[in-house]
Ligand binder design. Structure first.
Ligand code: GLV
Length: 321
């Protein structure tokens, strides 16, 4: 019997390939060269399934050219690179990797919060440049994180994991979400539900943890940035596009907010060059989930979804159908 054929679009771990090879004929891309849309369509034309990442656009024109495709399994919790509606219409199962990256992503959000508030990367760059002449009372004065008010916009699993970690810093935790959480979850996170306007007005540190979709495009725009406190910090480890980068740069330049910690950008990996000129930002290359254990677990979960999709039709993390 012919085994199903699958494509792994980018480099993965050996155990990811081994898991797939037990069931399928696997075409890999361990050289990790990004396939352009034409190359991706050609590579998927005779495949039954795909293990994808967030740089692969799985849209209507591509799906049109892949008549055999039955499953697209993303190695990411976000899935804004996949046109779910067209997948549904064409009977293509789509899956993501929820759960396995919550804690690592929450840890990294804290890395950004602390680095931004205490100016860690700015001070290190200055030290590496040989500028340090000795201790000084007013050197790199930062913002306190302890006892500050943390505002969380988007209170899903990751937002909640960040909130739980705030306890050690004796913070006041506020959140806004499309749906209010149960009293039990609010209690376990020690977080109070407030309106969007109140969140913007009261947060000393505003963090974003919502999925990217047309509804959340530029949810933090010039108007909302203007409602934040002048000393506030903005942290984005969600998706580029939830923040209007040009409006953020303008707010940072004018001192309308004090700083930003950003792991994601509009049009990444191409950055608005103005970000690189600012000293009050911490910039990282979309690595919030990137601990070795978590990235391995994400790839394995995606592979398990692909195996289940093509063998039973019931992948554990089905997003559509
Ligand atoms: C990473 O950004 C993810 O969505 O998992």
């Amino acid at each position: 019997m012919n085994r199903p054929k699958v494509l792994v679009t980018r480099e993965v771990f050996q155990e990811t390939l081994d898991t797939l090879a037990r069931h399928f004929d696997v075409a890999d891309n361990q050289s990790d060269r990004i396939l352009n849309p034409e190359e991706l369509a050609c590579a998927l034309a005779d495949k039954d399934g795909a293990l994808t990442v967030l740089t692969d656009r799985i849209d209507a024109p591509l799906l049109e050219r892949c008549p055999r495709l039955k499953a697209v399994c993303n190695i990411a919790v976000g899935y804004n690179n996949i046109d779910l509606k067209t997948c549904r219409a064409r009977g293509v199962m789509a899956t993501n990797t929820p759960g396995v990256l919550d804690d690592s992503t929450a840890d990294f959000t804290w890395a950004l919060i602390l680095a931004t508030a205490r100016r860690v990367t700015e001070a290190e760059a200055w030290l590496r440049a040989g500028q340090w002449r000795g201790w000084k009372l007013k050197q790199f004065l930062g913002t306190d994180v302890h006892h500050a008010t943390l505002g969380i916009l988007g209170m899903g699993r990751i937002g909640q994991a960040v909130a739980r970690r705030a306890r050690g810093f004796d913070m006041t935790v506020l959140y806004h979400n499309t749906r209010r959480l149960s009293a039990e979850v609010e209690k376990s996170c020690r977080a109070a539900y407030v309106s969007m306007d109140e969140l913007l007005a009261r947060a000393d540190i505003l963090i974003l943890h919502m999925p990217y979709s047309p509804a959340t495009h530029h949810i933090v725009d010039a108007t909302r940035l203007a409602r934040m406190k002048p000393g506030a910090l903005l942290i984005n480890a969600a998706r580029g596009g939830v923040v209007d980068d040009a409006a953020l740069i303008d707010a940072l330049k004018r001192g309308a907010i004090a700083g930003a910690g950003l792991d994601v950008f509009e049009n990444e990996p191409v950055l608005n060059p103005e970000f690189l000129k600012l000293t009050n930002v911490v910039l990282t290359p979309h690595i919030a989930s990137s601990s070795e254990t978590t990235r391995r677990n994400m790839a394995l979960l995606a592979a398990e979804n692909l195996v289940a999709a093509l063998t039973t039709g019931k992948p554990p993390n089905l997003l559509n159908l």
